[in-house]
Design a protein around this ligand. Sequence first.
Ligand SMILES: Cc1cc2nc3c(=O)[nH]c(=O)nc-3n(C[C@H](O)[C@H](O)[C@H](O)COP(=O)(O)O)c2cc1C
Ligand SMILES: CCCCC(=O)C(=O)O
Length: 352
Amino acid sequence: MTLDLTPGPVNLRDFETAARDRLDPVYYDYFASGAQDELTVAANEEAFRRHSLVPRVLRGAGRPRLDVTVLGTPAAMPVLLAPTAFHRLAHPEGEPATARAAAAAGVIMIAAMLSTVTVEEIAATGATLWFQLYPQPDLAFTGSLIRRAEAAGCRALVVTADSPALGRNERGDRNDFHDLPAGIHCANMGENGHVRQVVLSPDISWEYLDRLRAMTSLPILLKGVLHPRDARLAVEHGVDGIVVSNHGGRQLDTTPASLDRLPLIAAEVGGRVPLLLDGGVRRGTDVVKALALGATAVAIGRPVLWGLATGGEEGVGRVLSLLRAELDNALTLCGAATPGEVTGDELGGILA
Ligand SMILES: Cc1cc2nc3c(=O)[nH]c(=O)nc-3n(C[C@H](O)[C@H](O)[C@H](O)COP(=O)(O)O)c2cc1C
Ligand SMILES: CCCCC(=O)C(=O)O
C-alpha cells in the first residue's frame, strides 16, 4: 500500500486543474470555453482582481453569519449553483450528485432546463432548487416545463434572456463537438418517446415575459442582464430578481465583465428587486466584492463542474466548503458580521 500524501485541491482554481487531468479534453473544452476569443471569459475574472477590499478594524463583529434569504428561499450562504447544462458529461451520476452536494451545503441549486437527468429526479435528492428556463417559442411546451418545475418543488424560475441564439464557440468547432454522446440527452425535453430540440429564438420579447409572468406565481428572475435600461424594463415587467450575467462569456464575446455592470444596474434598480451576479467568482473575496457592489448573492458555474468532474458529489461538496471557508474568512477579516452588512464602504478604489 502506498500512502497518498498529495494534498488535493486547496482552492477552486486547483479544481479546474484536477478536472482537466480527468476529463475527456473535448468535454473539458466544452465546460471551460467561451465565445470566440474568450475575451469576456478573461474579463470576468480580471474584474475581481481590479477591486481591492478595505477592512474595518476593531468592530468586534464576532464570527460572521453567512446565511441569507433570497426571494423567500433560505440558503446557508450567498452562493448559488448557476444553471449549467449536461452534468453527465462531467460525471456519470450527473445532476443528482451535484444536487446532493448542494443539499448537504444548504445552498440553492439552479437546475438547468438542459439537464441530463429530469428535474423530478434532481428534486428527489431533497435539494433546494430553482429552475432555469430557456423560453421556448412553443408556449404550451414552456408551460408544461413550468408546471413540472413547480410540481417538483422548485421555488423560483430563472429565465435566461441572453440567448436569442447560441454563442459562437470555436473550441467546440475545432473539436467537432456539436452533439451529446449516445446515452446522454436533455432529459426534460423528452416527449412521447422522442427528445425535443431546444430552440434559442431571437423572437422572444418582453411580451413573452409578460405571458410567463401570467403563467406562474413563482418568483421570476431574469438572467443575463447587462444594460441598466433592461434592468429597469425587467422591474417594470414584474420580474422579482435579476441575474447580472454574461453567461460566463459564452454568448456575446467582448461584453464587459458582469462585475463591472453590477454598480450601474444596482443604481438603476435602487433596491426594488434583489440582484444576483455570476461570472468569474472563484474566491471568497470575490463574493464579498460582489456583495459590496450591490449583489444579494452570487452564483458559480464552472467551479461546480470542476468539482463534479474531479470527485462527483464529494468534489462538489469540497468546492462549496472551500468557498464557504474563504467567505467566512474574508468577512471576518473585513470586520463584517453578515453578508448584508458588506457595503461599498468596505470597498477600496479601482486599482487599474
Ligand atoms: C458548461 C456551461 C453550461 C452552461 N449552461 C447554461 C444553461 O444551460 N443555462 C444558462 O442559463 N446558463 C448556462 N451557463 C451559464 C452559467 O449559468 C453562468 O452564467 C456562468 O457559468 C457563470 O460564470 P462562471 O462559469 O465563470 O462561474 C452555462 C455555463 C457553462 C460553463
Ligand atoms: C444550447 C445551450 C447550451 C447550454 C449553455 O447554455 C451553454 O453551454 O452555455
